[in-house]
Each structure stands twice: as C-alpha cells, then as structure tokens.
Design a protein around this ligand. Structure first.
Ligand code: NAD
Length: 261
C-alpha cells in the first residue's frame, strides 16, 4: 500500500505493538509521529530506524497520554508540521494485574486515563481535520479484553470495553465524512507489556511462570501461537485501504480464535 503524503500518529510507539505499527506505516511511505516513554538515546535510535524504512518523515512527540493538554498539543503540532493527521492509531496502554479488592485506586485511574480517555482526547483533536478533508482512519488498539474478561484485570478490561463503545459511537458520528473508526482486538502478543505480566500473574495465581504462558496466556489462543506485531501492522494498514472503506465501528479480533469460543 502507498501512503505517501499521509501522516499517521501512533501513540505509545516506542515499544511493542505501536513500534511495529509505526514501522508498517513508515514502510508504506507515510509520515509518522512517534510517541511514548523511554530512554532518550533509545528513542532517537528507534525513530531513526523507523524513518530509514520509508520515504516519509518521522518525528517524536513526548506527550504523556495521561495528560489531556499534552495530547491535544501533540495532534496540533503534528498538523502544523505535516499539514494533516490522516491516520490516528490509539495504542498507548499499560496494565496492572491484581484482585479488585486490593487494586490500587491510583493505578485504576491511570489505566483508565491512558488506555481509554487518551483516545477521546486524540480523537476530539484529530477528527475535525479528517472530516474537513473528507478522509481519515482512526484505529484503536483495544484487546480481546475489549470483548471478554479475565480475572485480576478489572481496570484494563473496563477501559478496553469502554474503547469498544467509543469506537462504535465515533464511527457513527464520522461515517458520512469519509472517516472510519475501528478497533483491533489482539490476543496475546509477546511484548514488554505481556512479559511484565508473567511474574505478576504467577504471583496472583500461585503458579510458575511457564504455567502462566502455557495454561493462562495461550490457554484461550486456539492457534497456540502468540500474535505478532507485524500481523497487527498488516491489519492496521488493511483498515486504511480502499477495500476497508465500508468497515467501520467494528472491534476486530486478532486473537487465534480466543473470542470465538
Ligand atoms: P508496551 O508496553 O510494549 O508498549 C506500550 C507503549 O505505550 C510504550 O511505547 C510506552 O512508552 C507507551 N506508554 C505507556 N504509558 C504512556 C503514557 N502515559 N503516555 C505515552 N505513552 C505511554 O505494550 P504493548 O504490548 O505493545 O501494548 C500496546 C497496546 O496494545 C496497549 O494498548 C495494550 O493494551 C494493547 N494490547 C497488547 C496486547 C499484548 O499481548 N501485548 C494484547 C492486546 C492488546
């Protein structure tokens, strides 16, 4: 696919799925705004690596996705720099695993802010320009946990289910303006976010880390394979294609059959 001249903002793209999606869009020729936390030299390195993949420009914005003012400024800066934000990928996310009775309230607030509310703030800033230009793609990286629950992930499952409703609502509001709004719902992808959960889940369930991988993470993934970031980048690019023009408001599972069962 050729996205030369288009600009994509990918939140949380210094690592994992977001980085994979940034790579995919850069390779398709788009300008890419990268975002996320990390060590300054590592960020400079991944930004240069992503830029080397394609013909477009790649810039980094340090906006904190828990801070509405910074989120809006990120979209405004991207529009000022490139003239448009054509594709918005809401990907930044964090996780904490633990029983609801002892779940730290400040972590609840942060998870809901980053995993759900940030998509509202990016969308309200980017949608007017997309509507004006008559073309746009908003892609929310939700989760199988946007469709079904697992124990010990109350804040995460709540935020991801919220994204499912938000995706449907904005899809309807944007439908006549050439803007589609969809969510991708990955099963387990072996990224830093998941690797960090393995010891936490082992402690919460009182089982070994190997047992967490085999019996918890891949238990529901019928293919018995982790999803890859390259596959998710491919799905995000497909949602930007002409073939996907009439796909809007969906939460698309990419989960090895997990939510089919
Ligand atoms: P990750 O930890 O590898 O990457 C998360 C990214 O978000 C990083 O770039 C991080 O710096 C950034 N981030 C975190 N807090 C931020 C903040 N306040 N402001 C800006 N950026 C921030 O995680 P990942 O596995 O790549 O997850 C990416 C998304 O995919 C998340 O929304 C996650 O819920 C979702 N997801 C992941 C999996 C999986 O198995 N890994 C499965 C389903 C859904």
């Amino acid at each position: 696919m050729d996205l030369t001249g288009k600009t994509v903002v990918v939140t949380g793209s210094t690592s994992g799925i977001g980085l994979g999606i940034a790579r995919g869009f850069a390779a398709a020729g788009a300008n890419v705004v990268m975002n996320g936390f990390g060590d300054a030299s590592e960020i400079a390195q991944v930004t240069a690596e992503v830029e080397a993949l394609g013909a477009g420009s790649v810039v980094y914005d340090a906006a904190d996705m828990s801070k509405p003012d910074q989120i809006v400024a990120m979209i405004e800066n991207a529009e000022a720099r490139f003239g448009s934000v054509d594709v918005l990928v809401n990907n930044a996310g964090i996780q904490t695993v633990g029983p609801v009775e002892t779940f730290p309230p400040e972590r609840w607030d942060l998870i809901v802010a980053i995993n759900m509310n940030s998509a509202f703030h990016t969308t309200r800033a980017a949608l007017p320009g997309m509507k004006r230009r008559g073309w746009g793609r908003i892609i929310n990286i939700s989760s199988a946990h946007g469709l079904v629950a697992s124990p010990f992930k109350s804040a995460y499952v709540t935020a991801k289910h919220g994204i499912t409703g938000f995706t449907k609502t904005v899809a309807l509001e944007a439908a006549e303006h050439g803007v589609t709004v969809n969510a991708i719902c990955p099963g387990y992808v072996l990224t830093p976010l998941v690797e960090k959960q393995i010891p936490e889940t082992a402690a919460a369930r009182g089982i070994s880390e190997e047992a967490v991988k085999r019996d918890v993470l891949l238990a529901a993934q019928w293919t018995k394979k982790f999803v890859t970031v390259a596959q998710l980048a491919g799905v995000a690019l497909f949602l930007c294609s002409d073939a996907a023009e009439n796909i809007t408001g969906v939460s698309l599972p990419v989960d090895g059959g997990w939510t089919a069962a």
